[in-house]
Design a protein around this ligand. Structure first.
Ligand code: KIV
Ligand code: ZN
Length: 506
């Protein structure tokens, strides 16, 4: 079987998209899941871009063992030095260097000639190669580059030591026919193409990223760059799960082309990304959306009951979507609870964490009739990433709010840290505003509320409310997210804000 290398750039191109930024801890958590998913290469970041990016690449390099860890670098010595340095601890490292090659970018953005571009490619690929045996070169805006020049660029990059040459459709302009033809032309015209792997990197501005990627693979590309859920700059990148399941489900069309992806980890990986970033998956999203395997209409339900293949071209199990037969209640024991956590994707939680979750679960079971997988995920995710050192974290002791339609809302909040209680009260236009203002006084830290989202985790009136907040710390400018769950939405809001504030402290 032919193998396509899956290069995941969720933590670089994906993370560059608005709303998807992650801190180093969150990136490591995601990276370990990408490793479990079976990606061959993961792009961990763009080390020169910021200290946070550098730290993320360093932390991922130290954390993952099997996949190659790649770091992006412009074709500049300082970028390549930063990439090499951030990748120091990676078991298998790759420097991914790029320069734009279309006339438009050369003239308007870089203000250099084609000849200058070629000499930069030659010198910088060779420089990267002197620092790392695995070098990928990308011709940014390849799909709008003159074909003769693109062939020359790729030949030069390979001669200078590139082991992978990437062909980005940077602005999502190409069509599947054009993109496939471009890859075929590179295969046919670049004399040393056999010394490197051809890669695709397609953006989704016209909704064609996955189609273009698959066309590229048909034409001879053997690396596909993609992201979980297709996140990425503007309209995003090719969705990993769609490329992988496309190849697998339609092997009659694409031939026997394998990937190393453990497809039954797909759903969990997509859910983890949504949980970390707080950005929900659209229900109609292919493969990972909530409706991807739901059958509402009578005709479809009838068909699926008779034979699932009538309306399902792949099984839910093959992508890790499990039917939730879980019902836990107040009589469930800790053992069954821990087993269920492992089954839903949290197999290695610390014993103290399970104890704390079990206590929360028991309290919830008193106020809510049935507890299903969604409730458990919400409980676990609400506590992720928060350090528990009692001297460093603020905990909620108690609160009282008053609100009505003929009065200002008031809140009195008591928090505890390092064994000491502190209480403040404040007014607001509503109870959440008032509670947040009181907390701001208690913690003596100013912040701007960037985003606030609230949703019911499950159906019915006794559902848990899940609150996500995103704040900017006025002192450092850092952005922090917090999540809180409670059957009381004011309490959920307070817990979410404390989660974010405790991340600043940590
Ligand atoms: O879209 C693009 O061209 C890129 C390159 C840096 C590979 O992301
Ligand atoms: Zn890109």
């Amino acid at each position: 079987m032919d193998k396509v290398t899956i290069f995941d750039t969720t933590l670089r191109d994906g993370e560059q998209a608005p709303g998807y930024s992650m801190n180093a801890d969150e990136k490591v958590r995601m990276a370990l899941q990408l490793e479990a998913l079976g990606v061959d290469v993961m792009e961990a970041g763009f080390a020169v871009a910021s200290p946070g990016d550098f730290a993320g690449v360093e932390a991922i390099s130290a954390a993952v063992t099997r996949p190659v860890v790649a770091c992006l670098a412009r074709a500049l010595p300082k970028d390549i030095d930063a990439a090499a340095s951030a990748l120091r601890r990676a078991r298998r490292a790759r420097i991914h260097t790029f320069i734009a090659t279309s006339d438009l970018h050369l003239k308007c953005k870089l203000r250099i000639s084609r000849a200058d571009c070629l000499s930069r490619v030659k010198a910088m690929v060779a420089y990267a190669r002197s620092k790392c045996p695995d070098v990928e070169f990308s011709a940014e805006d390849a799909s709008r580059t003159d074909m003769d020049f693109l062939c020359k660029v790729m030949e030069t990059a390979i001669a200078a030591g590139a082991t992978t040459v990437n062909v980005p459709d940077t602005v999502g302009y190409s069509t599947p026919e054009e993109f496939g033809a471009m890859i075929a032309e590179l295969v046919g015209r670049v004399p040393n193409i056999g010394d490197a792997t051809i890669s695709t990197h397609c953006h989704d501005d016209l909704g064609l990223a996955v189609a273009n990627t698959l066309a590229g693979i048909r034409a001879g590309a053997r690396q596909a760059e993609c992201t979980i859920g297709g996140i990425g700059e503007r309209a995003g990148n090719a969705a990993l799960e769609e490329v992988v399941m496309g190849l697998r489900t339609r092997h009659d069309h694409y031939g026997d082309i394998a990937t190393g992806i453990r497809t039954d980890e797909i759903a969990h990986t997509a859910a983890m990304l949504a949980n970390i970033t707080g950005i929900k998956i659209a229900p109609n999203k292919a493969i990972v959306g909530a409706n991807a395997f739901a059958h509402e209409s009578g005709i479809h339900q009838h068909g699926v009951l008779a034979n699932a293949r009538t309306y399902e071209i792949m099984t839910p199990e093959s992508v890790g979507v499990k039917k939730t037969e879980l019902v836990l209640g107040r009589h469930s024991g800790r053992h069954a609870f821990a087993e269920r956590l492992a089954q839903i994707g949290y197999p290695s939680l610390a014993e103290e964490r399970i104890d704390a979750l079990f206590a929360e679960f028991k309290a919830l079971a008193d106020s809510k009739k049935t507890i299903d997988e969604r409730d458990l995920v919400a409980l676990v995710e609400a506590g992720y990433g928060v350090k528990t050192d009692p001297d460093k974290v603020w905990k909620l002791d108690s609160f009282v709010v008053n609100s009505g339609d003929h009065m200002s809302a008031t809140a009195q909040v008591t928090l505890v840290r390092g064994g000491k209680k502190r209480q403040e009260a404040a007014l607001g236009t509503g109870p959440v505003y008032a509670a947040f203002a009181a907390i701001e006084r208690v913690v003596r830290r100013k912040f701007t509320l960037e985003d606030y989202q609230i949703r019911a985790v499950t159906e019915r009136r006794d559902a848990l409310g899940e609150v996500l907040v995103k704040i900017t710390d006025k002192k450092t400018g850092g952005v922090f997210r917090g999540r809180g769950v409670s059957t009381d939405i004011i309490k959920g809001s307070i817990l979410a804000l404390l989660g974010a504030l405790n991340k600043i402290e940590a």
